[in-house]
Design a binder for this molecule. Structure first.
Ligand SMILES: [Zn+2]
Length: 381
């Protein structure tokens, strides 16, 4: 038998298969299947068509077939898509090793961890382990695959490791992400006669002031694990008005907030809605609507859970929080104690300098092997 490929070789193969979210992730799934076939796992494929009609696939692989609601002890979860790369970065899909690091798109976000999973299970005596490998689609464009995994209950797990580049630090909590739009309608008029119209921009300005109040309210609910230790609000874009000499008939602005875990996901949306309703009661002529476009929850895992303690011990790194969004909240909602973990640094991700240290890849494979042997033990045994 030919020797199994190393984690670095697997990663180089994976980088050479482009899998930007706009394309199908099928080639990556096929590569993973080829890799898992010799160990004769059971595969479940969950294909769907994305908004552009492109085929995307979630894959769940387990050593043996599971009953429909059977939970595995440990799930290793990894997304298969990457962000795009600029045209002038010719080596994005031609990986290179320089000074002990692998360079290329996806090297750390997150094909590095994907390669670690394949290397860790490739030579495992698996039949008795209660473990699942879950590869998801479309994380980079809003965790679409993970949301489907939750919605269709494609997997149940007691513990889950979600791969993202955390420099092998166990990340046990993350803020959520939410976005909404306020649309204000006024009445156009010649600006020499403003009393004949109603300025949507001035109305928007007073609503923005009300939303600042919501921000101050949010600051009162503190969550000391984070920096800053509360839900933050940002009004990132505003647009309105047709010309300098016309009273503006329309104004829109986007409100983004990052909720700390444990808070009702709709809390800020409800507060903004209340501010709007209050403003309209005071001034019935005010015409404004607020629509929540996206509300993704945060997540938080018990520091005393076995998964957290094992990962702290195996990595030698204490648990941390993360500022970036991940698929972890969806695994958490599926009932798993969830930790985000993986080789490489998020600061290198999404850049033309994306890379991962080979030493971290190899260390991660070892950690996953021990984790499987410690956690993926069926409770029935
Ligand atoms: Zn990622």
């Amino acid at each position: 038998m030919s020797p199994l490929p190393t984690v670095t070789e697997i990663l180089m193969d994976l980088i050479a298969i482009p899998s930007v979210s706009s394309a199908s992730n099928r080639p990556i799934i096929d590569y993973a299947l080829e890799h898992l076939k010799p160990i004769q796992w059971n595969f479940r494929m969950f294909p769907y068509l994305d908004l552009k009609g492109m085929e995307k696939v979630n894959l769940v692989a387990t050593p043996r077939k599971l009953f429909s609601t059977e939970a595995v002890e440990l799930a290793l979860v990894c997304h298969t898509d990457t962000v795009p790369y600029p045209d002038d970065w010719a080596e994005a899909v031609r990986p290179k090793v320089i000074n002990g690091r692998v360079y290329g798109r996806g090297a750390c976000d997150v094909k590095g961890f994907l390669a670690c999973i394949l290397a860790a299970v490739g030579d495992l005596e698996v039949s008795e382990h209660s473990v699942a490998v879950a590869f998801t689609a479309d994380e980079e464009i809003g965790c679409v695959g993970a949301k489907r995994m939750l919605g269709e209950r494609q997997l149940y797990a007691r513990n889950a490791v979600v791969g993202e580049p955390t420099r092998l630090r166990p990340v046990v909590a993350g803020k959520g992400y939410a976005l909404g739009e306020v649309a204000v309608r006024g009445k156009a008029a010649h600006s020499a006669f403003p009393q004949a119209g109603r300025s949507a921009i001035l109305d928007a300005a007073s609503l923005i002031d009300s939303i600042r109040k919501v921000g101050r309210q949010a600051e009162m609910q503190r969550h000391e694990r984070f920096d800053p230790p509360f839900t933050t609000i940002n009004i990132g874009t505003i647009s309105g008005g047709a010309a300098k000499n016309i009273v503006p008939a329309e104004c829109r602005f986007l409100v983004e907030w990052r909720p700390v875990p444990g808070q009702s996901e709709r809390w800020i949306a409800d507060l903004i809605q209340e501010e709007l309703a209050l403003a309209q009661r005071v001034d019935p002529g005010l015409q404004a609507t607020f629509e929540a476009i996206r509300i993704d929850p945060g997540f938080e895992t018990d520091l005393q859970s076995k998964l957290v303690r094992e990962l702290e011990r195996l990595s030698g790194n204490p648990a941390e929080t993360a500022a970036f969004g991940t698929e972890a909240p969806y695994l958490k909602k599926l009932g798993a104690e969830t930790v985000v973990f993986g080789p490489g640094d998020m600061l290198a991700a999404h850049s033309s300098n994306e890379n991962v240290p080979i030493a971290e890849l190899e260390r991660c494979v070892e950690i996953l092997r021990v984790l499987i042997s410690r956690l993926a033990i069926s409770s029935s045994e």
